[in-house]
Design a protein around this ligand. Structure first.
Ligand code: ZN
Length: 397
């Protein structure tokens, strides 16, 4: 056996052990049974992982049959990554523990005219004191991102931007990704799903689609930019065209519609409070959006046929107010009976979801490398190599 082969086998075995422990505590004997590895090999690798501080020993078990064992689990906060969302309204920066816990998050606004250089400089300034020991920083943008290049982000007014020269001062590995795609990948990473649609709805609308276990990117990275699907309306869109879907479904339009109904709310938070408090105009505006989203989901179901839809972005926090009308519209307009009962749920991370998605880009790589981070990831011509997201089964699977 060549040396490289032995290293690769070690990585795969460590990856298998860490992967099983992500789903819950196990004994060495459980791990041997689940991985098919000899008990001696499991003990050796577990010892290595304990030494590195990745695992912890917990309570002893005494099964009715067989020998007692000690439960092993992933040590909380043993590793973490930074994640950020450069959104239209502001920036979110957070740290995500390798088990999915948000350790801290901070958010700031910026003047609307702030360009990429200024926004990334502020991100660097905020991230710098937290960067020590982080696996990397993954940040998301509301636009088409292909290998470190932002092709177009209409709602930011940015296009044809090579991000790499702007990232030279960051003292850790950095990756950029589209917000909906990063969110979809993190959902797969934490919960596992072979067919998933992740809807990011804030000012704009985008979808991250995982079909048969793979993230859809398309020939130009624009797959899922359904907010720019042309419809009947003739309202001008930030992309320069007229009638895009997000001019009807974007949350800016929700506020406009509320105003047209005679309502008064200075922002989304106020509108939410009014709707929750039973204001008829606010509830009507929410119902109108919920109905439009239900019809949109009926379309999404025939385009991609997901098993589950997750709603992220600002809309995740509106979801309880939209759910009733959304479900009624989906039931009324569904193509297949299965689409009528399509599971639709808000992201557990609420509006932090895109930044969580950014951080999970690095956590997924860490697990993929079996925790052998020092031996990767390698820069490949200025880019980090893309790795597969494990076996598609996550913690909750
Ligand atoms: Zn558009």
């Amino acid at each position: 056996m060549r040396k490289g082969d032995a290293q690769e086998i070690r990585r795969l075995n460590r990856r298998a052990i860490l992967g099983h422990l992500r789903r819950g505590p196990l004994t060495r004997a459980d791990l041997s049974r689940l991985t098919g590895l000899a008990k001696s090999a499991v003990s050796r690798l577990v010892e290595e992982l304990l030494q590195e501080g990745l695992l912890e020993e917990g309570a002893a078990t005494s099964p009715p049959l067989g020998r007692p064992g000690t439960l092993l689990h992933l040590r909380p906060r043993a590793r973490f990554a930074l994640g950020a969302e450069l959104g239209v309204e502001g920036t979110v920066l957070l740290a995500l523990d390798w088990r999915g816990e948000v350790l801290w998050a901070r958010e700031w606004r910026h003047p609307p005219e702030a360009g990429p250089k200024e926004r990334l400089a502020r991100l660097l300034e905020e991230a710098l004191p937290q960067a020590k020991n982080a696996l990397g920083l993954g940040f998301t943008l509301p636009g088409v991102v292909v290998e470190g290049r932002l092709l177009l982000a209409p709602n930011l007014g940015w296009q044809e931007l090579d991000l790499n020269p702007l990232l030279g001062d960051f003292p850790l590995p950095v990756l950029a990704e589209n917000d909906a795609k990063a969110s979809a990948l993190s959902e797969v990473f934490f919960h596992g799903e072979a067919n998933l649609a992740y809807l990011v709805l804030s000012t704009g609308l985008g979808v991250g689609v995982v079909a048969e276990g793979r993230l859809l990117r398309g020939a130009n990275g624009a797959a899922g930019e359904v907010g720019h699907w042309l419809g009947e309306e003739a309202k001008p869109c930030a992309c320069g065209r007229r009638g895009c879907l997000e001019t009807a479904l974007g949350l800016g339009t929700l506020l406009e519609h509320h105003r047209a109904l005679g309502g008064k709310a200075k922002d989304l938070e106020e509108l939410m409070a009014q709707a929750a408090g039973g204001s008829p105009e606010a509830q009507k505006a929410m119902d109108h959006l919920g109905e439009a989203l239900g019809r949109f989901l009926a379309n999404l179901a025939v385009a991609y046929d997901p098993a589950r839809v997750v709603v992220g972005g600002k809309a995740a926090e509106l979801f309880p107010l939209l759910e009733g009308s959304l479900r009624r519209a989906l039931e009324a307009h569904a193509f297949l009976p299965a689409h009528r009962v399509l599971p639709v749920q808000p992201s557990a991370y609420g509006h932090l979801a895109p930044a969580v998605g950014g951080a999970s880009l690095f956590l997924a790589r860490f697990f993929e490398l079996g925790g052998l981070w020092a031996e990767g990831p390698r820069r490949n011509g200025g880019r980090y190599e893309e790795v597969a997201f494990g076996d598609g089964r996550g913690i909750g699977a």
